[in-house]
Design a protein around this ligand. Structure first.
Ligand code: GDP
Length: 498
């Protein structure tokens, strides 16, 4: 078995090398994160910067930390035809037009449609190489692969039986934080008899209630992260498919159930999900990535409280497990990831004043370090950053009533956003006092109330519109303002562009 799998990997590696030869130097960059973490916005902004930076020549450089650009060696960035016929193209033009307002003008600007399935796009960067064996003009093909983080969290299921998964899911759903959200499903599941004759109607109802529970856990006020199976929340092409018509059941571990019983049917579907959904994703897509950025909406978890933060740590541990397994773990025969650098990025840092950006980074660093300690070896370099792919706010000091001036962020809240009794119309700007994150990241893990939550008025969920688009003197649209995107680019791609 090991020999067959080795041959398989060798054959695939040879095919990859051939491909590399055909396209030249080449890197596959995975962009993932749970729903609403900011993948679509990040990729759109990244493409805007990489395709427009070179054309800006010596004009103001928006990416000072991205060395190839800062050193004036980036000569062109262009979109290339889609590399994989079986994967949809990332709808960059549509998303960029949403951010700027497109043909409806700046007032029509809005956030793009979020990621719901896997998509890809190939970029080519032309640059002047200074180091290595081949100084002179070079080009690098970058395949950006956008996929839901929910799918990554499915990996641990491969190593679980239906009974074990059921047991663990019931236990998690009965914890204090989740119990009120899972009552309906648990009541239904409790009344189901595993040995009863299989009924499609019962399976459908159980799957429906189970999915409703998982969805409720993702709502802003709870913001739980670790909720497999991933396709129940992000079905992609499986929307409405019978492959998702199963749910945990109170079955005995080790017991054998008749094929036509409810338990027999649920178990079969669970196994089919592993074989036909999880495995192909890891083999066909995940195993081919070279670099990975994992976007994390840490602010939502911080806002939701200690249970969500603990859950985020579990999710990050599961994500790291996916990077480790192929390197000698239990799933070695399934795939061998070749990812050598992973960046965990806390997104939407523009919701905070810059004095809190490093603190946000420190919190994510602490959570990630704890996760790394749990999975031990990963076999890839890991770093952490706080960023905003699109900076929707600017900073100002605002005079308080008789108090010292306070640090605020100013932006245009989305239509119908509220702060206390005030409802915004999506047109006027507002100054928001986001509060401060604690200096010591440990405070978060100890569950101390956050200054960010301690304001009398709840500023936590104010969401802003994208910033008005800016144009260069020659009329061309500029990439959106950002926070630390250049640092992310340098970490992920810098060494390929020396
Ligand atoms: P996806 O589900 O991971 O693709 O998430 P999106 O990229 O669609 O982002 C979800 C939402 O988060 C967007 O609609 C925006 O409201 C918000 N968002 C994402 N990135 C940023 C950012 O850089 N700044 C701000 N202010 N909001 C962002």
């Amino acid at each position: 078995m090991a020999l067959i799998s080795d041959l398989f990997f060798e054959a695939r590696a040879a095919a990859q090398n051939l491909l590399e030869y055909a396209v030249g130097p080449h890197v596959r960059l995975g962009v993932t994160g749970l729903s609403r973490a900011g993948k679509t916005v990040f990729i759109t902004a990244l493409i805007e910067h990489l395709t427009k930076a070179a054309a800006r020549g010596a004009q103001r450089n928006a990416l000072p930390v991205f060395r190839v650009r800062a050193e004036g060696r980036l000569s062109a960035g262009s979109l290339e035809p889609q590399p994989d016929d079986a994967v949809p193209r990332f709808a960059y033009e549509e998303h960029a037009a949403a951010l700027s307002g497109g043909s409806s003008g700046p007032e029509g600007r809005h956030w793009p449609q979020s990621t719901r399935r896997i998509s890809e796009l190939r970029l080519r960067l032309d640059f002047e190489s200074r180091g290595g064996f081949r100084p002179g003009p070079q080009s690098l093909a970058i395949d950006i692969v956008d996929y839901p983080g929910e799918w990554l969290l499915d990996l641990p299921l491969l190593n679980k039986s239906f009974a074990q998964w059921s047991r663990e899911t019931f236990i998690a759903s009965a914890t204090a934080a989740r119990a009120p959200l899972s009552t309906k499903w648990r009541e239904f599941a409790g009344a189901s008899t595993p040995i009863a004759k299989a009924s499609e109607e019962d399976a459908r109802r159980a799957a429906e209630l189970f999915t409703q529970y998982l969805r409720a856990c993702r709502a802003d006020e709870y913001s739980f992260s670790s909720l497999p199976p991933g396709r129940f929340l992000m079905p992609g092409d499986l929307e409405g498919s019978p492959a998702l018509t199963f749910a945990p059941l109170a079955v005995d571990e080790g017991a054998v159930y008749a094929p036509d019983s409810l338990a027999g049917m649920m178990e079969r579907r669970f196994e089919a999900y592993k074989t036909h959904v999880i495995r192909p994703f890891f083999q066909d897509h995940f195993a081919r990535l070279d670099r990975q950025i994992v976007l994390v909406d840490a602010l939502s978890a911080l806002n939701a409280g200690p249970a969500a933060i603990r859950d985020l740590e579990v999710a990050i541990t599961d994500v790291l497990t996916a990077f480790r397994v192929g390197r000698g773990g239990f799933l070695m025969n399934l795939f061998r990831p070749r990812i050598d650098k992973i960046l965990f990025a806390a997104t939407k840092a523009d919701h905070l004043h810059h004095t809190s950006h490093d603190r946000l980074e420190a919190i994510l660093r602490l959570i990630t370090a704890r996760a790394i300690a749990r999975v031990e070896t990963i076999g890839a370099e890991v770093d952490v950053i706080a960023l905003a792919a699109v900076r929707a706010t600017r900073e100002a000091k605002v005079n308080g009533f008789g108090q010292a001036p306070m640090e605020a962020v100013i932006g245009t809240p989305l239509d119908q956003e509220r702060i206390g009794d005030e409802v915004f119309d999506g047109k006027s700007e507002a100054a928001i006092f986001p509060g401060e994150l604690p200096r010591d990241p440990q405070a978060i893990l100890l569950g101390e109330p956050l200054a960010i939550m301690a304001n009398e008025i709840d500023y936590r969920f104010v969401r802003f519109r994208p910033p008005p688009p800016r144009r260069a003197p020659d009329g061309t649209l500029l990439p959106p303002p950002h926070i630390r995107m250049d640092r992310a680019l340098q970490y992920l791609l810098g060494d390929k562009l020396t």
